[in-house]
Design a protein around this ligand. Sequence first.
Ligand code: GDP
Ligand code: ZN
Length: 367
Amino acid sequence: MNTTERRCTDKHHYSLADLGWTAEHATAFDRYNGDYVAGRVSCRQKTSWEVLIEGELVTTGISGAMKRLGRYPAVGDFVVLLRQPACGTTMIVDILPQRTRFTRGAAGREGSNQVIAANVDTVFIVTAAGRDLNPRRTERYLAIAHASGAHPVIVINKCDLADDPTVLADEILAVAGSTPVITISAATGEGLERLLPFLEPGSTIVLIGSSGVGKSTLINRLLDQSVQKTSETRVHDQRGRHTTTVRQLIVLNGGALMIDTPGLREVGIGTASEGIDEAFPDILMLAEGCRFSDCRHEQEPGCAVQQAVRDGVLTTSRFNNYHRLVKELAFEKAKAEIGLARMEKKRWKQISGHGKLVNSVRAARDL
Ligand code: GDP
Ligand code: ZN
């Protein structure tokens, strides 16, 4: 099947390939027979999901089993729908494996309910010339992007405000490692063509970054105005009223897909533990020289990381930011554990209540 031929200007006439469907998804979907169709979640409401399937957009719910398991599909998820032609209804019955995922906060028991976007290929970490051009903040977003599994690209916006855009990039290049750094101006359109290699048809992108750096301006640039307008849809809320929602997964003119959902743009450090290591490969490498394998690079003797700071190999600011992110993550984890402990305690109360009952029954029997 030729996907370019299949792509149609009509807003809902997408093939699965247009929507980013991969061989892995196809393999995972193989075990479902003809009553099932696959699609991609384009909008998530509280209790309903909009799913783009081949040639059509459906608004649907999830099965009772998924509700019980707390398996709530996120925007970008590929899902399996059961069609019941007799009554003309559909229902989501499964989520296909997520290649990458952005999660909210620390992972709790709710599991997939915490996913805010799934199957993202590329993350544009947007920063801007001026006050926001902050390598420390960029390190943080790099950790978040790496933790998701998607490929980061650092986008320095507002280059029209800089005297020399190359100087602008230099500061960020120092923390970028192998991550591409691209300077643009969303306002003037300068440099936007440099983003094209990351906007391949069927690939999914998201934008993250602090507020004010120009994410909305860039999104509007990437979108054709008409696409944005037609992507408004009317859905029924629980009270049966019509509400207007803006599609959270949008097919751009060139065929790339963009996810823009509340909470994603300012996503937190959350579960970025593996991401921190990937954002600081230099520290990870230096740490191999520490005397203790569990060295926290604080006050320990024989710490190669601290030595590197003293030697001027590692900057103090990068070292301090690393510690700040590690501490922040520990705090998020502790918060999540407190939440878990509360749940455990509640459950324990129920069990021990039950235990008391058993004991008093035994006591009565023994009398
Ligand atoms: P967001 O909070 O990240 O979505 O940022 P916005 O897109 O709302 O932009 C914040 C401000 O920066 C607005 O006043 C924009 O007009 C301005 N802005 C965005 N991109 C550029 C740019 O490339 N150059 C300049 N000079 N201003 C920009
Ligand atoms: Zn150390």
